[in-house]
Design a binder for this molecule. Structure first.
Ligand code: 1GP
Length: 252
């Protein structure tokens, strides 16, 4: 059996304790100055975010990625790469969501990029976290670039079919992605349905802007919530989301 690395063990511990995971997504393309990033990251860290995800679909170079991770090194939570392609690999990170875009029509995003990346990941000692990536509904830029045949918002049965397939192939997480900045998030009904019929750990992201929606998704069964845009547009609100998720843990 695969032995879990440090970051996967840390996440698993949170899950075992029933503590919802909050991922703060930093898109290197949207970071204007590193000093500002330091301040934002510090607020997120103090509020209790569980880990930083670093990634974006467009405009990300290795230099930018390394610069961001360098700033985040000050905070003692994992720095996890959320890759859109093989240019997003860095030995400075703690781990990488080693993802397959399950509903892509392009084999490159299902297995090609992974084959190109695997030996590099091993050589630099980056911890891979086996993750299925499923694009739902709006899909945003990720759906366009990844040539995804999106799962409709109102088709939870289809999402379950993917979740079970991912689980049976040994993936530890399934990331349900509505697309960055999506006008509608993945629906709680879908999360509830998928959690009921599969045992894979669900990460949910895309368009989550309010504490209420984050809490609803956690109550529906999401083990982790990702927020990206709201961090850039309204840091106070991002912090409210983190605090609301912690209250769910304390109360339930
Ligand atoms: C995008 O799911 C993430 O890949 C986050 O989406 O930027 O809309 O929070 P937002």
């Amino acid at each position: 059996m695969r032995i879990k690395g440090k970051t996967a063990s840390y996440l698993q511990k949170l899950i075992d304790e029933g503590q919802p995971i909050h991922f703060s997504l930093i898109d290197p393309d949207k970071v204007k100055d590193l000093e500002g990033l330091g301040r934002v990251a510090s607020s997120l860290y103090r509020a209790g975010t569980s880990a930083f995800l670093i990634g974006g679909t467009l405009g990300v170079s290795k230099e930018k990625l390394d610069g961001i991770i360098h700033v985040l090194q000050d905070f003692r939570i994992p720095k996890i790469i959320f890759p859109s392609n093989i240019n997003l690999i860095s030995e400075k990170a703690d781990a990488i969501l080693f993802m397959s875009l399950l509903n892509s029509d392009d084999l490159y995003y299902v297995i090609g990029a992974q084959v190109s990346a695997s030996i590099i990941v091993k050589t630099i000692g980056l911890e891979p976290i086996p993750t299925g990536y499923l694009i739902v509904g709006h899909g945003g830029t990720a759906a366009h670039i990844g040539r995804a045949r999106v799962v409709p918002y109102d088709n939870p049965e289809l999402a379950v079919a993917y979740a079970l397939a991912a689980e049976y192939m040994g993936m530890e997480y399934l990331y349900l992605e509505a697309g960055s900045g999506a006008p509608e998030t993945v629906r709680p009904e879908m999360v509830k349905f998928v959690s009921k019929y599969s045992n894979i750990n669900l990460i949910v992201g895309g368009g989550i802007r309010t504490p209420e929606r984050a809490v609803e998704l956690v109550r529906a069964g999401a083990k982790a919530i990702v927020t990206g845009n709201v961090i850039e547009s309204d840091i106070e609100r991002a912090i409210k989301i983190i605090e609301a998720m912690q209250r769910v843990y304390k109360i339930e």
